[in-house]
Structure formats: C-alpha cells, structure tokens
Design a protein around this ligand. Structure first.
Ligand code: SAH
Ligand code: SF4
Ligand code: F3S
Length: 436
C-alpha cells in the first residue's frame, strides 16, 4: 500500500500517454496515495515520456535534469514511464543516476509493487508483453468529466521507416471488446457523453475473442444511450477501408471527423516511408469520405524534410494540402530516430530547408483554416463545453469537427453539450455566444 504518499505525474506525448497517465493515477489512488499538483510536493514523481521526435527527447532530458534538485532536497522517488523508458531502458539510469525506476508501457500494473520495494536497487522494467495487458483498475481519474479516452489497441506492426513507435509500444495488441464495452458503460453511467477510441493503428482492431472489427465495436457503443459522440484515432490510410467510411456515415453517433495522417503528398516519398499507399490512393479515400459525408472535418500529420525529399516532392505536399482543405494539420521537421530504417540513410535535407518548408506549409494551412473558420460564422453548432477558457470569462469547448470553440455565456455552465452561435473565426479557433 502507498497510504498517505503524495505523488506528482507529468505527461509528455500523445493521447495514449495522457490516457496511460490517467490509468497510472487511478492505480496509485486505489493504493491510498494522493495526487499533488507540483513536483515540489511530490514524494513520488512520475514522468510519462514520448520518444517520437528528437525534440521530444531533448525536452525530456532537460526536464529530468531539473528534477535532480528534488532528489537531493526531498529524496523524492523518481520514476520514468512511457516510450523513452522503453526505448532507452538502462541507458536512462546511467545518464540520470538519481532515477529510481524506469518502467515501460506494458508494466504499469506492477507499479504499486515496484514502488513498495523502492528505494532499493534502481530498476528498469521493460520486457516486451505479447498480449494485451488488462489493468487491475479502470481509470477513475479523468482529465475531463464529459469526454473520455478509451484505449482499444496498442502497438504497431507497420514499421514506417521514420517511426520509433513500433520499438516503444511493441507489436499490435488488441483489447477484448467486452472489456472495452464494460468501460464504456461505466463511463456513460458517470455522465460521460464523448468517447475517443485510441490506438496507434485503430483500423486494424480485431476483438481477440470474436474477431469483430472497429465498425462493429462502434455499433455496439452506439447502443449505449448516453454516449452521443464517438471518435477514433489514429487511422492508417493503408487500411482505411470503404466499409469503415460507410460505417462512419451510417452510425449517427460517430462524428464526421477523421484524423488521417498522410505524411507526404509525394508517392515517391511515401514509398520510401513504407506507408503502403500512394498519393492517388490517399486522395481516392478522401473522395469517398467527402462524398459519403460532405460535412466531414479532416486533419492530418505531415513530415517535411524526409531523406531525399526534393522541392518537387514538397510542392506535391503543398498541392495536396490545398486540395483536401484539412481543418487542421500537425506538421513536423523530420528527425532521425534510433532503430528505424531511415536513420541509416543520409539525413540530406539541410535544417534551414526543413525550417523553410515547415514555415511555408504552416503559412498555407493557416490561410486555409482562416477561410474555413470564416465560413462557419453565423452557424449554430452543437458544442461540448469543457470548462472555462484560459483567457478571460469565456467558456471553451469543441464542436463535432473537433475545432476549439470559445464562447460567452450569460449563465453559469457545467461541462456538457450546448448550442453556440458562431460569431467569429481566427485560424486556430472559433468564437461564439451561447444561443438560447
Ligand atoms: N500512429 C500514428 C502516429 C504516430 S506518431 C500514425 O500512424 O500516423 C505521430 C506523428 O509524428 C506521425 O504521424 C508523424 O507525422 C510524426 N513523426 C513520427 N516520427 C517522426 C520523425 N522521425 N520525425 C518527424 N516526425 C515524426
Ligand atoms: Fe509509426 Fe507508422 Fe506505426 Fe504510425 S503507422 S505508429 S507512423 S510505424
Ligand atoms: Fe510519443 Fe509514444 Fe505516443 S513515442 S507519440 S508517447 S506512442
């Protein structure tokens, strides 16, 4: 038991890491520990880490460097979790000798026992798990009161040549559908109205017991009466099928919103990335989606400066972005990652060119977003209010398209669905006022 122990947890990385931190928090709370808001107060400090880009690891290392002081002053137990823990293992313990534990993503259920035995010998627990690991407690500590992440699969078998994730999350492991449904029903009973299904590659989800796929899972979820919005990420374009597009269009609870990472608009680059689709394949899928759901909101990930990317390749990316008109893009400069195939190739696009391309891409996308958001002015939209916005006395929420909507309200609101009249739109968010 960790009765009375104070813990602090900080999360880097993607939604799955956020969900993992909620799970870890729940596990520690169930052991009698209590959560605190600053590392200064923490007797146990946990850092959940991301290895996807060089910058993510640099940021982490500087954070870990700053924690040394807590070790000397407070003798806090310091625990490194997540993808960097899995990737660097013992190397982390030798570089940061004041770390007490390094625990990979498959081992969070062992944390109470590991913490019970700490301080002792520093330990790295990172051996691979082949099958889905069911956690002993269902997450209770959620960031939001109305919107919940539910992880349905973990790991990736795709081995894109730039990506370290298959080496941090291991092979694909699927969570049993009955366990997912149990969590979804519990969430609905606790007044959650939006579920975001998570996995590195959700399209390949298969229930290990019945073989049911993602579309069937979402059909079952739609039967749970209080759940109103269902989303899922991340989809790989290679196995995004017409059947899944149809399932999205015909299930009234699945939001008309999809994150479909393209990575590059050039088929040559896509081949070298081992993405297993061409520019044309991607655009064909976008075509189905738009014809089945004309109001669909699409977002994507793009890497600029991948080895061998020419000006022509890059201009094909720009053209694709102009053509699809994404609601949002997440764009990154390529950085080589350990163990990946591309790391053995010459990282030949100069850093200044990568920066120029990133700026150009973001500039074009900003113009598109500004236009799209202006078009929304005057509409009445269903918005999931999440809480007060950081700035001033506005509320903040998200619409079905997953855009941020900041809005005024003359009455006090608790998190939940409201109707908002859109009165303005910048490039990155919409503004509005509560209607009715
Ligand atoms: N499973 C998801 C996303 C994984 S990581 C998918 O298949 O798309 C999130 C994003 O980080 C990727 O989509 C990619 O755009 C970016 N990324 C991954 N490795 C990178 C690298 N080495 N350099 C720059 N960006 C990278
Ligand atoms: Fe990485 Fe590719 Fe797997 Fe996504 S599909 S996690 S980019 S290897
Ligand atoms: Fe990062 Fe791991 Fe997620 S590398 S993006 S935290 S799967």
């Amino acid at each position: 038991m960790l009765e009375g122990k104070k813990f602090f947890i900080h999360t880097f990385g993607c939604q799955m890491n956020l969900n993992n931190s909620e799970q870890v928090t729940s596990i520690l709370l169930a052991e009698g520990a209590s959560q605190v808001d600053s590392p200064e107060e923490g007797e146990i400090i946990l850092i959940n880490t991301c290895a996807v880009r060089e910058k993510s690891v640099e940021k982490l290392f500087s954070y870990l460097g700053r924690l040394k002081e807590h070790k000397t002053r407070r003798r806090s137990v310091i625990v490194c979790l997540g993808c960097v823990a899995q990737l660097y293992r013992e190397k982390l313990l030798s570089r940061f000798p004041y770390l007490d534990l390094v625990v990979g993503p498959g081992h969070y259920q062992e944390l109470p026992l590991l913490l019970h035995n700490t301080p002792g010998l520093p330990a790295a627990v990172t051996h691979w798990t082949k099958d889905w690991v069911e956690l002993p407690v269902k997450p209770v500590a959620r960031e939001s009161q109305v919107s919940a992440y539910v992880t349905v699969m973990e790991g990736c078998d795709n081995f894109c040549t730039f990506c370290v994730v298959p080496f941090t999350r291991g092979r694909e492991k699927y969570r049993p559908l009955r366990s997912i449904m149990e969590e979804v029903r519990q969430l609905a009973e606790s007044d959650f109205v939006e579920i975001q299904l998570l996995g590195q590659n959700v399209n390949s989800y298969r229930d290990p017991e019945s073989g049911a796929g993602l579309a069937e899972l979402m059909e079952k979820m739609a039967e749970v009466s209080r759940i109103e919005w269902i989303r899922f990420l991340t989809s790989h374009p290679k196995n995004f099928s017409y059947e899944l597009a149809l399932a999205m269009a015909s299930n009234r609870k699945v939001c008309h919103q999809l994150h479909l990472p393209v990575q590059s608009g050039s088929s040559q680059v896509l081949t070298r990335m081992n993405r297993n689709y061409s520019r044309e394949d991607y655009l064909e899928k976008i075509g189905w989606l738009k014809s089945l759901m004309p109001d669909i909101s699409l977002s994507t990930d793009i890497i600029v400066g991948f080895p061998g990317e020419t000006e022509d390749d890059f201009s094909q990316t720009l053209e694709l972005v102009e053509q699809v008109r994404f609601t949002n893009i997440f764009s990154f400069r390529y950085s080589p990652r350990p163990l990946t195939r591309a790391a053995r190739w010459n990282d030949d696009v100069p850093e200044e060119v990568k920066i120029e391309r990133l700026i150009e891409l973001q500039k074009r996308q900003k113009e598109i977003q500004l236009k799209l958001n202006q078009e929304a002015v005057g509409q009445k939209q269903k918005v999931l209010a999440l809480g007060r916005s950081k700035k001033g006395n506005l509320y903040t929420g998200r619409n079905e398209a997953y855009q941020v909507v900041n809005f005024s309200s003359s009455r006090e609101l608790s998190p939940g669905f409201v109707e908002v009249k859109i009165t303005g739109g910048g490039a990155y968010s919409l503004k509005g006022e509560l209607s009715s």
